[in-house]
Design a protein around this ligand. Structure first.
Ligand code: SER
Length: 894
């Protein structure tokens, strides 16, 4: 039976039973608590609650409803692709009674349609009924149980096996957390080859026994307070998985064969999309499912990709048609996640890596296939295609880089471990737009797991960072309860006694205002400090520091137990000293860099911005591109000043005194009223006579030697006329240099190997060419020698080359069955290789070995051999003409 016939047969059946056939509701739900329409009953909620009267006479309806179960209470997203029967989008066939018939007819008709009309064998059917567990609402559903018992008994089956009890988890249906709900009775079908599972597989999530129809008896309204209030009337709400019933009727060849596992994807619902997908990818669909607990192999991956793409395409096309496009938030983000998963799975089939979107090329097939039932697809097909195209293109821009990052993070997972790094998952989400569930899927394919708690922590920290940035702006505009001016002690010390004055809570983030603090607040490019707040026995981490008007507030995750509002609490504040030392080294190095740039590349260089962190620095300035030589000189100059171990000092002076003083960099100075802070390197402390002098509110090392080592990592343009240098100091720089050397070493070795291979190849080609050339000359003189003396041709010749060439020539004489005697000399720089060939008939009279002994001394050499062939060598190439002359004489006279 074709799917469209099955659908129609269902609707016709219920039309005969007095139901009005209604169109599917939009996927955009009316209920504010739902992400998507997730069940056929959604559109009828007001009738169930009694707030509206159903417009049907009798009050019964039936339809096929578009449903999405992704995100929210009913969420099948994670299962899609890995089994035969879960989808994010599916059709649900349903019939409803609004205060009209109840359990008896609902059960009776379900049986009549399945068994009577479609011929499902009752022996393979199981009915579940509500049997509440401890704390579950309502009572055992004796009524439903009695109806099923009668039906199974009449079919000659044991109701004790075919009627199965289930608690709230399986047999109490709720649309969401609230709303109309009630006990339900599900029909499951045994799809094992023999149909003899005897109910053991019911509700186990096993594809060999699946739920096909759910009959819900709506009796209650679930409230937000967890209550279940009886409704004014009792209703029926049923839902049958359309694709599932299709898979059973089609996959068993009309209920005749149960040997093969049936699959929703092996039906005419999915065939057209698969065919289109094969057309695009050139790959056929592999139906084999991955075994649980084992990484899927290539064929199984192909199957997963086909199923995911087809399923997701349906979800996307139908939602876009209903006016829900992929986007950044809520249900729209669920769709974006779904789209990105589909795009990523396209790569498995080789689709999209050329930058060409494929979903919009598949969509027309779906539109053509489903529009007769859901005309909205046809009506909005332009919108569907455009949206898919745009979204896919946009993700394609980062997908490949993200995939590369995934692979490199994956490659770094040590052998034997199965944890994919949470930081990489976060990065993929934050920078490359990979939804976390997508990364999770990819990791799962590689047999890896993600630490979801850690990812959540990173996401929260990120959210907190951006929320803090927003909140602090708001907070600083508010005045504190008392105007506090916090004394900053961090120039002199890392640890200070202080008082905690008040704690502000902004969006769940705690900010502790203190009277003194060694914590630097991020400004002028230098990042803020972290550390610890110690109050008695409490050691509370300080996550960041903020400026609120003139007060410093420390971000802490919890209140000290001893703190009371309105009472100043003595505390000890301790900055993370290692981190701060790193920051200070990088800050002082930034000043040295600024100075060196002026020295090496011109005084008109002006600072545009900077970042000073514990493990790196960034310095932006306006200038033309620096030459490699200038960069090297800047680096050298900074390191020379580090070796000098110059004193770094700072002083506060009236701004008027330094305002127009040359040699003091004034771009990013922090001003304290009319006084400014000058940080100088070299000169006398406070003398304003350093070689580097900057107005600066940041913290620094006391001597340049502490920086240890300065290394520029990169120099490049960030916008027109603005350059950026990134550099590292101390241990970080050393590690970087080490890594660089290692990489260079590796590259050198690779290059050497390549070079060697190339030169070997070249040499091979060269000698082959020489051999070819020599051979053709040989051929000519050989013919000439034969013509000249057919009885006993004599050949004497000189070549230049090497021993291999000589061998080639001798081989060639042999191969050509040269009928005479040949004496060959190959000149090889300062040496000579000699070869003598004597053909069979002349060997007795002129054995090659003896000839060689006679001739080789003429090039100051030696040699010998057999009667047919002899080799020799000498070191006087100048003797070659004489040797060949002598050879001719001997051979012609002998
Ligand atoms: N609302 C029930 C379900 O979705 C029956 O339609 O399963």
């Amino acid at each position: 039976m074709q799917s469209r016939v099955i659908r129609q047969s269902f609707l016709d059946f219920f039309r005969e039973k007095g139901h009005t056939i209604v169109p599917s509701a939009s996927l955009l739900p009316e209920s504010p608590d739902l992400l998507f329409t997730n069940a056929g009953m959604n559109q009828f909620v007001p009738y169930f609650l009694g707030t509206q009267r159903p417009p049907f006479d009798p009050p019964r309806a039936a339809n096929t409803q578009k449903c999405i179960r992704a995100g929210g209470k009913h969420n099948d997203l994670e299962d899609v692709g890995y089994d035969t029967y879960h989808h994010t989008f599916f059709e649900m066939l349903g019939n409803w009674s609004f205060g009209d018939y109840f359990k008896h007819e609902a059960i009776e008709w379900a049986w009549e349609l399945l068994v009577g009309r479609w011929g499902l064998p009752p022996a393979r059917l199981y009915a579940t009924v509500y049997q509440p567990g401890p704390g579950d609402p309502g009572e055992f559903d004796t009524e439903a149980s009695a109806h099923w018992t009668r039906l199974f008994r009449n079919a000659g089956l044991d109701p004790g096996i075919h009627v199965v009890g289930g608690n709230r988890k399986d047999n109490f249906w709720m649309m969401g957390e609230t709303g109309p709900c009630g006990p339900c009775s599900e029909i499951h079908m045994d799809l094992t080859p023999a149909g003899d599972s005897n109910g053991r597989l019911v509700n186990l999530g096993d594809a060999r026994c699946i739920e096909i129809w759910n009959l819900v008896f709506i009796q209650y309204n679930a409230g937000t307070d967890g209550s279940f209030r009886p409704l004014p009337a009792c209703h029926v709400d049923t839902g049958m998985g359309f694709e599932r019933i299709c898979s059973i009727l089609q996959g068993t060849q009309g209920l005749a064969h149960f040997e093969e596992q049936v699959s929703n994807y092996d039906t005419d619902v999915f065939h057209p999309i698969f065919t289109a997908l094969t057309g695009l990818s050139g790959l056929a669909y592999c139906a084999a499912l991955p075994e649980p607990g084992r990484n899927p192999n290539a064929a199984e991956r192909n199957g997963i990709a086909f199923r995911v793409i087809a399923d997701h395409l349906r979800t996307l096309a139908f939602s876009i048609a209903d006016g829900i496009p992929p986007g950044n938030k809520n249900r729209n983000y669920v769709l974006r996640r779904i789209l990105r998963r589909a795009v990523r799975y396209g790569r498995t089939l080789g689709l999209g890596s050329d930058g060409k979107p494929f979903l919009s090329r598949l969509a027309p097939t779906l539109v053509a296939q489903m529009s007769p039932v859901f005309p909205e697809l046809e009506k909005h097909s332009d919108r569907i295609l455009d949206t898919l195209d745009r979204e896919e293109r946009s993700f394609n821009r980062t997908l490949d880089r993200g995939l590369a990052l995934f692979q490199s993070a994956r490659a770094r997972v040590p052998e034997g471990q199965n944890r994919f790094p949470a930081a990489a998952a976060f990065d993929l989400y934050h920078t490359y737009g990979f939804p976390i569930d997508l990364t999770n899927l990819m990791a799962r394919e590689e047999g890896l797991e993600i630490d979801h708690d850690e990812v959540r922590r990173l996401l929260e920290a990120e959210q907190q960072r951006s929320a803090m940035a927003r909140q602090v702006t708001i907070l600083s505009a508010q005045s504190l309860s008392t105007p506090v001016v916090t004394e900053f002690t961090g120039f002199e010390e890392y640890e200070s006694p202080a008082h905690l004055l008040e704690i502000h809570e902004v969006d769940g983030i705690l900010l502790a205002v203190v009277d003194r603090a060694p914590f630097y607040v991020e400004k002028g490019g230098q990042v803020g400090d972290t550390g610890t707040l110690i109050a008695g026995a409490d050691e509370i981490p300080v996550l960041d520091a903020y400026q609120i008007d003139r007060a410093i507030a420390l971000q802490i995750p919890e209140r000290p137990a001893t703190f009371q509002d309105g009472v100043a609490l003595p505390v000890l504040l301790r900055v993370d000293a290692d981190r701060r030392s790193g920051i200070e080294a990088h800050h002082t190095a930034t000043h040295l860099l600024h100075w060196a740039l002026h020295e090496q590349a011109g005084t008109d260089i002006a600072q545009q911005g900077s970042l000073v962190a514990p493990d790196r620095l960034r310095f932006d300035f306006n200038s033309a591109a620096l030459t490699p030589d200038q960069i090297a000189r800047v680096e050298e100059a900074v390191n020379a000043r580090i070796i000098d171990d110059a004193e770094v000092s700072w002083s506060e002076v009236p701004y008027a005194d330094v305002k127009s003083k040359p040699g003091i960099m004034q771009f990013f100075g922090d001003k304290y009223g009319d006084r400014v802070r000058v940080v100088q390197i070299g000169g006398h402390p406070g003398g304003l006579d350093g070689y580097s002098m900057e107005l600066c509110g940041g913290t620094h090392v006391r001597r340049t030697g502490r920086i240890g080592l300065f290394k520029i990592r990169s120099e490049g343009a960030i916008s027109a006329g603005v350059r950026r240098i990134e550099a590292l100091c101390g241990q970080v720089a050393l590690r970087y240099v080490d890594a660089l050397l290692e990489e260079k070493d590796l590259r050198c070795r690779e290059l050497e190997e390549k070079l060697l291979a190339v030169s070997k190849q070249l040499e091979k080609e060269r000698s082959a060419a020489r051999a070819r050339e020599a051979d053709s000359i040989l051929l000519e003189i050989l013919e000439f020698a034969v013509q000249e003396n057919p009885e006993r041709p004599v050949l004497t010749a000189e070549f230049s080359g090497d021993a291999a060439l000589l061998q080639e020539l001798l081989n060639s004489l042999k191969k050509r069955n040269f009928p005479g005697v040949a004496v060959l000399a190959v000149r090889d720089a300062g040496s000579v290789h000699l070869g003598i060939f004597v053909s069979e008939p002349h060997q007795e009279r002129l054995p090659a070995g003896r000839l060689m002994q006679e001739l080789s001394p003429l090039v100051n050499g030696r040699g010998g051999g057999k009667p047919g062939m002899a080799r020799g060598a000498g070191d006087q190439p100048e003797g070659i003409p004489g040797l060949l002359q002598k050879a001719r004489e001997v051979l012609t006279t002998a």
